[in-house]
Design a protein around this ligand. Structure first.
Ligand code: ADP
Length: 365
């Protein structure tokens, strides 16, 4: 186990700023997930730690020691790739032990570690098979086995589950979490999938265009997103956004006018006149009703018409047309709602996120 630290890390490929002033401190034993859309610099960051990519500027430390100039082989790191990178002509056992044998570790020790890792990963019955005789999930486990036996200071995972089907991905996600609990190795995991990030991470690092947008626990990035990007990236279905303009600020409250001139009173004067703001409504915070629920100053009620109903089994997603564009809500699966029905979308004011349109920053923070 080790701590890892990044100080003003940059990576340019010609004019492309792949990673831009990346600063982060990872504690011993932490499970950190780097998440963001394709091309945001996640893999480049991981590859710089592994030593597979040169660093343009900045420092990476493992246990307070700068590793920039240390040969990849000597960094005491194990990486698991998306395509598993197994040797097709070697058995599972030889694939798992390959790195150890290359390090000239005594045969009995190699044997012991292979047995332990294969028990941990449920590979005992497969040790003599070749990768071609394994399913995707089994290959994935072999790749993990190869990383575990090395007993490294840090695990690096680059989208390790994205070649698996949805069911297996879910299963392996849970196994990955159990494995981390058991071995406790500091882990840095890259994915573009926010659900994977939320379910696995102690802390999530959300990236966009080479920059860190926010670092926080799953709960923090969900409840207190720094900005519109984080708010829209975390949560499924994604947060709804509607535009408003501050029409009046008084001593203890402010009026916000929506696009259709509907106005909302907020108990805060932390705005300025004519400020353009974006209201964020999470689908799970919206109550969809077919009747008017009466006037309540603590609730925003938006008129809408249901365009699509998506039953998910345990819940139902309701997509609506409204004066504010498409809005998505989530309801219980036994709801009587139907397509083309006129509805009210009610959201309690305390659940509404407020962002400044220009800076895109969260005004509630
Ligand atoms: P992610 O892992 O988030 O999908 P990457 O780290 O792979 O993103 O890439 C970050 C940016 O750097 C992208 O714009 C990508 O096109 C660019 N990039 C990555 N590798 C290279 C390379 N070898 N040469 C030039 N540009 C690259």
């Amino acid at each position: 186990m080790a701590n890892v630290q990044f100080e003003n890390l940059f990576k340019n490929y010609g004019d492309v700023k792949a990673v831009h002033d990346f600063n982060l401190k990872i504690d011993e034993g932490e499970f950190i997930v780097l998440v963001g859309p394709s091309g945001c610099g996640k893999s480049t960051t991981l590859r710089m730690i592994a030593g597979l990519e040169d660093i343009t500027s900045g420092l990476i430390y493992i246990d307070e020691k700068v590793i920039n100039k240390i040969h990849p082989k000597n960094r005491d790191i194990a990486m698991v790739f998306q395509n598993y990178a197994l040797y097709p002509h070697l058995s599972v056992k030889d694939n798992i032990s390959f790195g150890l044998r290359a390090q000239k570790i005594p045969r009995a020790e190699v044997e012991k570690r292979v047995v332990e890792a294969s028990e941990t990963l449920g590979l005992e019955g497969l040790l003599s098979r070749r990768p071609g005789e394994l399913s995707g999930g089994q290959k994935q486990r072999v790749a993990m086995g190869r990383a575990i036996v090395r007993n490294p200071k840090v695990f690096l995972f680059d989208e390790p589950l994205s070649n698996l089907d949805a069911k297996l991905r879910h299963k392996m996600r849970a196994e990955m979490k159990k494995l981390h609990k058991k071995v406790g190795t500091t882990t840095i995991y890259v994915t573009h999938d926010q659900i994977e990030a939320m379910t696995l991470a102690d802390r999530i690092v959300i990236m966009k265009d080479g920059l860190i947008e926010q670092v926080g626990t799953p709960d923090e990035v969900y409840r207190r997103p720094n900005n519109i990007f984080v708010a829209s990236f975390i949560g499924s279905p994604a947060m709804n956004f509607i535009e408003g303009e501050v029409s009046k600020v008084s001593k203890a409250s402010s009026m916000i006018m929506l696009e259709d001139k509907k106005s909302i009173k907020l108990k805060s004067n932390n705005f300025y006149n004519n400020q353009n703001i974006i209201l964020g409504l999470r689908p799970e915070d919206i109550t969809v009703t077919s009747q008017n629920s009466g006037k309540n100053d603590n609730i925003i009620g938006l008129d809408a018409e249901i365009s699509v109903i998506e039953p998910m089994g345990h819940e139902t997603v309701v997509i609506c047309d409204s004066n504010y564009g498409e809005l998505t809500g989530k309801v219980e699966s036994n709801s009587k709602l139907k397509e083309n029905m006129a509805v009210k979308l009610n959201v309690s004011l305390e659940k509404v996120y407020l962002f400044d349109k220009k800076s895109e920053k969260n005004l509630n923070l």
